[in-house]
Design a protein around this ligand. Structure first.
Ligand code: SF4
Length: 225
């Protein structure tokens, strides 16, 4: 059975070897500052309203916890931190969450023929509205791959509505978009799963990405493929 997730699907479309590295050979890579920042934002939003302290204290504590020992890769951490805090402070989170009683990090797993599709939804309310928090440096919002991910989650988790909530860290803004795409990604998931199954059977994973811009270049090129 092929295991897939929304990010696995994106990896495969970016480069077959990228998918193979992380999903087939289970290479985890060094801890990522972006993952740590994403976790900080998620956890802070989860705790707002439950924790009596101001958002700033909660955020700083979580930031310290998640980024401990994680290389910054040249990112201006203190600027990023104050930008995040500043933009998050513009939202009345308690009002935002009122009446929604959200569940956080909702896991789902769905069998589609020979495919096991799984994922973590950041937040889903009792009336099945999904919220996905994203941080990006991109200007054109919402980002295509996030639309795809949100649509898949909507379909898989049986949700009614999906909101992508962005923090754009270059200019420190929070924006929220409701997805309006009602199509289905199941045919695409099935198509990719067939390609993956064929590659595994052959035992080869092609170079289908742009190596020059690839963040896994070092690990990938040191392997014998
Ligand atoms: S370095 Fe090239 S072949 Fe390897 S994963 Fe990246 S894009 Fe693919």
């Amino acid at each position: 059975m092929i295991e897939l997730s929304a990010s696995g699907l994106q990896d495969w479309r970016q480069c077959e070897r990228l998918w193979a590295l992380s999903r087939y050979y289970k290479y985890e890579g060094p801890p990522s500052i972006w993952t740590a920042i994403g976790k900080t934002v998620h956890k802070t939003i989860e705790l707002v309203g439950q924790d009596e302290r101001p958002l700033e204290s909660v955020f700083k504590e979580q930031f310290k916890l998640f980024t401990k020992g994680v290389p910054s890769n040249g990112l201006p951490i203190s600027r990023l931190k104050s930008g995040l805090l500043c933009s998050m402070g513009h939202i009345d989170w308690i009002e935002f969450k009122k009446g929604r009683e959200p569940e956080h990090e909702v896991y789902f797993s769905k069998i589609l023929g020979d495919i096991k599709f799984r994922g973590f939804v950041d937040c889903m309310t009792k009336d099945k509205t999904i919220f996905e928090w994203k941080s990006t440096s991109k200007k054109d919002l919402p980002v295509e791959e996030h639309i795809q991910q949100g649509t898949i989650y909507k379909e898989m988790a049986g949700s009614n509505r999906v909101f992508l909530v962005y923090f754009t860290w270059r200019n420190g803004q929070i924006r929220s978009y409701e997805l309006s795409f009602d199509g289905s990604y199941i045919p695409e998931i099935e198509r990719v799963a067939q390609e993956i199954a064929a590659a595994i059977k052959k035992g080869t994973f092609q170079i289908t990405g742009k190596c020059k811009d690839c963040w896994e270049r070092k690990e990938c090129q040191s392997r014998e493929w």
